[in-house]
Design a binder for this molecule. Structure first.
Ligand code: SF4
Length: 427
């Protein structure tokens, strides 16, 4: 780990050179956390900005947050903790801004059944998070006999009216980011990477891979100014894809869609048909221990509902989990930035049951991997959410002392086994 204070490489977590610069490992760890969170917030702010949405408070916090991590400027542990909570607040503001921008541009998402797999004919696979890139590609490829597929975090795009109106937006192919190399090799059409979580390509598909916007890969054509002509021409020049259809999945349970069935959900809780809600989501990753999330969801009793978001959903979104009173047990709320939707639903439920969010029959089980997940975790802490479970491992930049503070104040716990955690939550 690199210490931002003494600019030395330190072993293990935090700075082991405490005393060289007068700061300790906890402050170094908190500053790492802040920098990581700022990167996540920046991603959401960038997407919003591309859609014309700005916020002075968000912009100002980038300056304040980064400035506070300069060498020898802030030695106060408490003020670092306050800054982290403020980062959570700013991230909430940013996710809200992005959500508003998505709604204004692409309409209100609606629950949508999605075909998984490929259809016969030329195809383009779009991965990443940028809905505007997808929209422009759909516009430019319309009527050319090309099918466009979503990959990874682009899946929720299929629920937005202004995107799903394109008949050649054919469905979703593949799963989370870590499977890209195998899945892109097997997908024989053109591939477009729009944002983060795009992996260095194998040579086997490098010549049919493209990037745009913030994403850029070595020896891969980078699209300028959202002119996707090279991607379209490549898709048409390649051998057409074979039909290879998989199961259906569902997405589009944005908070506005969930709030439309709020009466039914509330009645389900009051009648005892719905025992508890679980928010299980976040980032996916390569560790085999992430099978925890598949097993956790699979083992939840039939009277429990699952809300999900981010690419962590691919661990279980192919499972048929059934319904409770006509409501699917698994509700995919969207991309990781749609954590904003989960927060809105939790707030609406708390309002309906006249209690605090922490008193709801709701448990949060997060899978973290990268910067956006850290920003979302800080948002949940800013909102005072307690008893979250975090896995598959705890972030290494949280020093033992900082972790203790989180445990004392928020009762954050590492995941254990699905059986133990379900038993501890449900009793
Ligand atoms: S949820 Fe996180 S890990 Fe997954 S694609 Fe989005 S940013 Fe990447």
């Amino acid at each position: 780990m690199f210490c931002y204070q003494c600019e030395q490489t330190a072993k293990g977590t935090g700075c082991t050179k405490s005393g060289v610069c007068g700061k300790d490992a906890d402050i170094a760890g908190l500053q790492d956390t802040l920098i990581i969170a700022l990167k996540g917030i920046a991603a959401y702010a960038y997407h919003a900005r591309e859609l014309g949405a700005y916020d002075d408070q968000v912009d100002a916090f980038f300056a304040e947050g980064l400035f506070s991590t300069l060498t020898n400027v802030n030695f106060n542990l408490d003020s670092h903790i306050k800054l982290l909570l403020k980062a959570g607040e700013i991230n909430l503001r940013t996710m809200e801004m992005l959500d508003r921008a998505h709604l204004q541009r692409f309409g209100e998402p609606e629950p949508t059944k999605v075909q998984v797999g490929t259809k016969k004919g030329p195809g383009i696979l779009v991965t990443g998070h940028d809905l505007l890139d997808l929209y422009e590609l759909l516009k430019q490829s319309e009527g050319k006999g090309i099918n466009v597929y979503t990959h990874g975090e682009m899946l929720p795009a299929l629920a937005y009216p202004e995107l799903k109106k394109f008949k050649h937006l054919a469905g979703n192919y593949g799963a989370a980011w870590q499977n890209q190399k195998r899945e892109f090799e097997e997908f024989s059409g053109a591939i477009l990477g729009t944002t983060n979580c795009v992996l260095l390509p194998r040579d086997s598909y490098r010549d049919r891979m493209f990037t745009c916007g913030i994403a850029d890969l070595p020896n891969v054509v980078h699209i300028q100014g959202r002119d996707f002509t090279p991607v379209i021409e490549k898709a048409l020049a390649l051998k057409p894809l074979e039909e290879n259809l998989g199961p259906m999945t569902m997405t589009g349970f944005h908070h506005q869609a969930v709030l439309k069935i709020a009466d039914k959900v509330i009645a389900g809780v009051k009648s005892g048909k719905i025992r508890r809600f679980f928010l299980v989501g976040g980032c996916d990753g390569t560790r085999s221990s992430r099978s925890y999330y598949t097993d956790f969801v699979r083992k939840l009793p039939q009277d429990c509902m699952i809300l999900t978001l981010g690419c962590g959903k691919y661990r279980f979104n192919y499972l048929d989990l059934g319904e409770i009173d006509g409501i699917p047990r698994l509700l995919d709320m969207g991309q990781c930035n749609n954590a904003y939707s989960a927060i809105q639903v939790a707030a609406a439920l708390a309002d309906a049951f006249k209690c605090e969010v922490n008193d709801l029959p709701l448990s949060i089980v997060l899978s973290w991997f990268e910067q956006k997940a850290v920003a979302i975790l800080l948002t949940l802490l800013h909102l005072g959410i307690k008893d979250m479970r975090l896995g598959p491992t705890l972030p290494a930049f949280l020093t033992p002392d900082v972790l203790q503070v989180l445990q004392d104040n928020y009762n954050i716990q590492p995941v254990t086994t699905p059986e133990e955690d379900i038993k501890a939550i449900l009793g």
